[in-house]
Design a protein. Sequence first.
Length: 144
Amino acid sequence: MAWGIFWRVWLSEFCAALALMGLFLVTSLKSVLYGSQWTLWHPTIAFGWFALLLFASLLRGGNGLLHVVWGRSLNRPESFWRRLNAWTGGLYVALAIANVVVANAVPFGIWLHLKNFGPLFVLLGFSVWAARHLTNNGRAASVA
């Protein structure tokens, strides 16, 4: 279950980032992609964009973006998808904030490694946590 959550969230985030990059390329925001002063902000912009998409899909009244894309594949109840969307959105807000803090606190070379591998490991840990705590079975066991 954790692996299923991990690759589905990662692929969804990747597609959202590609869509954002495409939007930047065809508008006057192209300088954000190529300007050196924006380099430290790229992960924050991508993480914030994905969090915005996740929260906006929940506000619309459905089960969220992840359910729309992957809901039939994992065969989980609707409440699971709403919780997964909300927690994943919160995770990506935290990643966006963490990127700003870390980018300004450590040297650029260290930040490059953290930027590449940090969110991946955080998402992996989140997926394991979500598989154990967001399912109805795990929730019922903790309440009883």
